[in-house]
Design a protein around this ligand. Sequence first.
Ligand SMILES: [Zn+2]
Length: 132
Amino acid sequence: MPELSDKQLQQLEQRLRNRREELREIIHRELANSIQEDYSELAGMVHDTGDESFADLLRGINITTRARELEEIRDVEAALERIKTGTYATCVDCNDAIALERLDAYPTAKRCITCQSRHENRRGGRDATPSL
Ligand SMILES: [Zn+2]
């Protein structure tokens, strides 16, 4: 099991939540700016939906702008989900604990440093969800 104290976990969760709010604002602004009247209702939904439906909504729409923020908010959502299910701070590849320094730098990290470098080498350096 990870060596995180409840307090450390709570702090990381708070940072993830704050980041998610920031990203939502950015994405909402972007939607409001770039999307035509067909989608203005959708933009309103992005602002008002709860956590789960927001994630569903993101999955359902295909926006090419702000892809970086969309990718990041998915990572943040996934990390919050792992906190909820108790798998946060555990490497998805080897099940080892992820070091606190690493989580501090990358609160969305889902791999320990060893597995992450292996993963990036395999993928040519891009950090993305594996296709398998
Ligand atoms: Zn690992």
